[in-house]
Structure formats: C-alpha cells, structure tokens
Write a protein that binds this ligand. Structure first.
Ligand SMILES: [Zn+2]
Length: 271
C-alpha cells in the first residue's frame, strides 16, 4: 500500500509535469473507485490550469483555477505521466490529458483510491478537516504526543497510527519507529513518559525521511511510459521478520496482533 513516503515521492515525481499545465480532457474508464466518479468533472475540469500540487496526509491536492482535485492512491493506486493517447491497460481508470500532449494516468487495480473535486477550501473538506498534524512539521513533537496521550489506555502503537494524533504513520512505520525508539508497541499510550515520546518522534521523522530519500532515486520513473512508478523497498529491521534475529540483540523478533494489525517487536530491546 502506498504510504506517506510513496505519496510524497509521487508528488515530487508528477509535480514538474502537471504544474502550470492546462487540462484538455478528463477521461474516466470506470464509474467508481472508492466513491463514484463524478461524470460532471469531464465538463468542469477541461480549460482549468493546475497551479500547484500539494500533499496533506496521503491525499494529493491538484489545485486548479476554480477548485481542487483531491486524489488518494488507496491500497494499490499509482500515477504516471504518459503521452496522451497511450493505449490503456486494464486498471488505468483515469486520464487527465493536458494541452501539451502529456497526460496524468491513475492506475488502481483494487479501486480503493479516490478522485474527487471540490470548489471550496480543500483543507475544510470532510476527508481532510479532522486530520492531525503532518509528522515532518515542528508541531509534531515529543511534548505534543506526551500531552495528547495522558489518560489514553490504548496501546502506543495504535495511538501513533490514529490519523487524528498524527497522519502518515502506517503499520510498517509504527513497528519500525517503536523498535528504533526501544518502546514496546503494546504499552499503554498514557504510560509512556515525555523523554521516550521525544525519542519516538525523532525515530518517526528519521524513518519517514529515509524512506522519502530512498524514493528520490525513482523520481524519473514517473515519466517513463513503460516503467512501474517509484515504490521502493526499504530496509526493515523488524517488520515482517517474525522469528528472525533482532538486528540489535540477536534474539528472535516476535509478532502480535494489535487492533487487528500485525505488529513486530523485539521483547528484549523494547520495554
Ligand atoms: Zn533485540
């Protein structure tokens, strides 16, 4: 599933090709992704210029003259820049064709993605207005997590995965950052001290930045018609490694279900 670093990489990959481009045509090849595609957009979008592209959590915002396209990659979505008229493959559901002869193509085999449009402030949209801070901003600090977690009985892993706490810490990044911070994932959020939250915030930022850096090498893939766009495998220390040796102490990595999500940790290194 595309996580925040992949979405950020996607943003950087497509931005130079769509910014300041005027939409000539909008083509839908399915009626519904996660939500129905609005056929009116095929009339509303042509003629509009994309002024800039932004990211909020895992949403991409294509800010146009009169409104904003809110795009989400769902479980399996990806975006590519292809020459207009490139033969579509099975899961190529949306094309935004530009007047310069290029097009932005959304491919999504599982159809959990989103392509919607609003002519109001996108940040007030119901999908975006309740989201917590971005993890790579200064607002997201150890003090912030410590204050918000007082009295919370849920596990620290579930707490940092809540979108209203902070956005973009998916299942893999939660396990990896708790390992790096030496905190057991099943510890109650309200019982983790402020010093440890500071370490955890540092770990989350480092891991996300590393992943974004890793994605940087794939930026050009977004405009290669035959290439698969830039998702990247990362060095994972504990995630998916149940029974393997902990890279720090050598004891076996354990796994556990927390909130129905697989969780990986080292019982010796994480307390
Ligand atoms: Zn260990």
């Amino acid at each position: 599933m595309p996580e925040l670093p992949e979405v950020e990489t996607t943003l950087r990959g497509i931005a130079p090709h769509v910014t300041d481009r005027t939409i000539l045509e909008c083509v839908f090849r399915t009626v519904k992704l996660r939500w129905p595609l609005d056929p009116d957009l095929c009339h509303v979008l042509p003629g509009q210029k994309i002024c800039k592209v932004e990211r909020r959590a895992k949403y991409l915002l294509l800010c146009c003259d009169h409104g904003t396209i809110i795009l989400h990659l769902g479980m399996s979505g990806s975006l590519r820049i292809v020459p207009a008229g490139t033969t579509e493959q099975k899961h190529d559901h949306v094309d935004l064709i530009f007047t310069d002869g290029q097009s932005l193509r959304l491919t999504d085999s599982r159809k959990f993605g989103a392509f919607i449009y609003t002519d109001s402030n996108p940040y007030s949209h119901k999908l975006l207005c309740h989201l917590g801070p971005e993890p790579l901003t200064d607002i997201f600090s150890g003090e912030y997590l410590y204050t918000r977690s007082r009295g919370r009985k849920l596990t620290v892993k579930q707490f940092i995965m809540e979108q209203k706490t902070v956005v973009g810490v998916g299942n893999i990044y939660a396990s990896e950052s708790l390992f790096r911070a030496g905190i057991r994932p099943d510890r109650a959020a309200g019982r983790v001290g402020s010093k440890r939250y500071e370490v955890l915030v540092g770990a989350i930022k480092e891991i996300l930045l590393q992943a974004i850096d890793a994605g940087g090498t794939t930026i050009n893939d977004f405009s290669q018609a035959d290439g698969k766009p830039g998702y990247f495998t990362q060095q994972l220390q504990v995630y998916g490694r149940c029974g393997e040796s902990c890279p720090s102490c050598g004891d076996p990595v354990r796994s556990q279900r927390l909130g129905q999500r697989s969780t990986f940790f080292c019982p010796k290194c994480q307390v």
